[in-house]
Ligand binder design. Sequence first.
Ligand SMILES: [Cu+2]
Length: 70
Amino acid sequence: MIQTFKIQGMHCTSCAMHIDMGLEDVPGVQDARTHFARAITQVTYDPARTNVDQLVAAIAAAGYTAQPTP
Ligand SMILES: [Cu+2]
């Protein structure tokens, strides 16, 4: 499953790396790609092991605000 999030709070490309690292620590996340210039993150995950709320929480723990896009 792939979910895209709009991200608030990024100010440089290392912010994007922090988000990717935080997401990749979540069990069930297969891939996380944060685009600094577009202010989005695309997460590929196993819905049997994690969910959108947990992904938002992981991004919040890294210090950023995430909003899932439809
Ligand atoms: Cu930064």
